[in-house]
Design a protein around this ligand. Structure first.
Ligand code: F6R
Length: 366
């Protein structure tokens, strides 16, 4: 049932090229310039009239929501707030009937997310679900939704759910951008083509497995790890850190790279591995100067870069190369080596990768 893989997590990491395709099948028709999802089409006026989008989720799904915040605001120019469902539900949030609430949940059973949905409905908002498990509580409780079609995710650490959630949210953003005219026609078509090409590029990113394994063998005994990224890849840094801590029990933190100098830089010494997401687009020069700051404090630098990079390569102790794509789609690629790195570190430390201690696949209690 693990399809020849040693763990479900690894199998699910490797399924990403095919499940991302399943996510956009029938919804993305790049050559025709069409993006469509029944749940969105049926409620297109609600989306187009939205004064604000509020995303509610927990854990990895919340990280997908953060990536979506950048994408929605850039593509469709709709203000977005991303909320931890557990915080949102308990603070008497301001919700208006013109708000669209998007709830993201792999399992569709997360108690806090479900409660946040009920609250938003009571306050008159339109609530849209992005779930993986068909027929789950959240998919039933929401007014409409779109399934990710990632197939069963057995490993407790979420992998393919994350990339398919980002795929769906990107499709929704593109659909709204087209309707609102907030994106040029040429960008719209370029993004459709790039998204269609993503599964192949994810497959290429999976070829970083060997280098991820080598890096894992060097840093597996580190007590701490710092993950940094900017823009679209700031949430990827958070997700990278979460993946490492939950399966390897190494303390890891994710930060926006520029926040380093506001505190975390004090942690840097020659023993601190810093994983930095540095694709060639998206504040590349700024990230390079962040890398220089780490280097001058003797931190160990593991950088995820775009194929062909030279600048970061000169500074970093290790580089992991991913294919080039449009800036907003980079999280779908930069995430892959971080998943692999966490996986190998956890395996080398003898951890139970598929069922980490103290964790459950669906958190049905608050
Ligand atoms: C992390 C992880 C958790 C879940 C979170 C939300 O790898 O699995 O952080 O992402 O419990 O779960 P869902 O998406 O099922 O609502």
């Amino acid at each position: 049932e693990k399809g020849g893989y040693e763990h479900f997590m690894l199998k699910e990491i490797y399924e990403q090229p095919s499940v991302i395709k399943d996510t956009y099948r029938g919804r993305l028709l790049a050559n025709k310039g069409i993006v469509q999802m029944a749940g969105v089409e049926d409620n297109i006026e609600k989306f187009l009239n939205a004064e604000r989008i509020i995303i509610v989720a927990c854990g990895t799904s919340w990280h997908a929501g953060l990536v979506a915040e950048y994408i929605f605001e850039e593509f469709a120019r709709i203000p977005v707030e991303v909320e931890y469902a557990s915080e949102f539900r308990y603070r008497n949030p301001i919700i208006n009937p013109k708000d669209v609430v998007i709830a993201i949940s792999q399992s569709g059973e997360t108690a806090d997310t479900l409660a946040a949905i009920k609250l938003a409905k009571e306050k008159g908002a339109f609530v849209f679900g992005v779930c993986n498990v068909v027929g789950s509580s959240i998919s039933r409780e929401t007014h409409a939704g779109a399934y990710t079609h990632a197939g069963p995710e057995i490993g407790v650490a979420s992998t393919k759910a994350f990339t398919t959630q980002i795929t769906i949210l990107t499709l929704i953003s593109l659909r709204l951008a087209k309707a609102k005219g907030t994106m040029s026609n040429s960008d719209f078509h370029r993004y459709l083509q790039e998204l269609e090409a993503i599964p192949e590029k994810v497959a290429e990113a999976l070829a970083t497995n060997d280098i991820a394994k080598t890096i894992a063998s060097i840093y597996k005994d580190a007590p701490n790890c710092l993950y940094l990224g900017r823009g679209y890849n700031f949430p990827v840094a958070l997700e990278g850190a979460l993946k490492l801590k939950e399966i390897s029990y190494i303390h890891a933190e994710g930060y926006p790279a520029a926040e380093m100098k506001h505190g975390p830089i004090a942690l840097i010494d020659e023993k601190m591995p810093v994983i930095i997401v540095a694709p060639k687009q998206g504040h590349y020069d700024k990230v390079v100067s962040n890398i220089q700051e780490i280097k001058s404090r003797s931190g160990k630098i593991i950088a995820v870069v775009t194929k062909g990079d030279t600048q970061v390569k000169e500074l970093a102790d290790h580089v992991i190369e991913i294919p080039d794509t449009a800036e907003a789609l980079t999280p779908l690629l930069t995430t892959i080596p971080l998943q692999l790195l966490s996986y190998h570190i956890a395996v080398m430390r003898g951890c139970n990768v598929d069922q980490p201690r103290n964790l459950a696949k669906s958190v049905t209690v608050e």
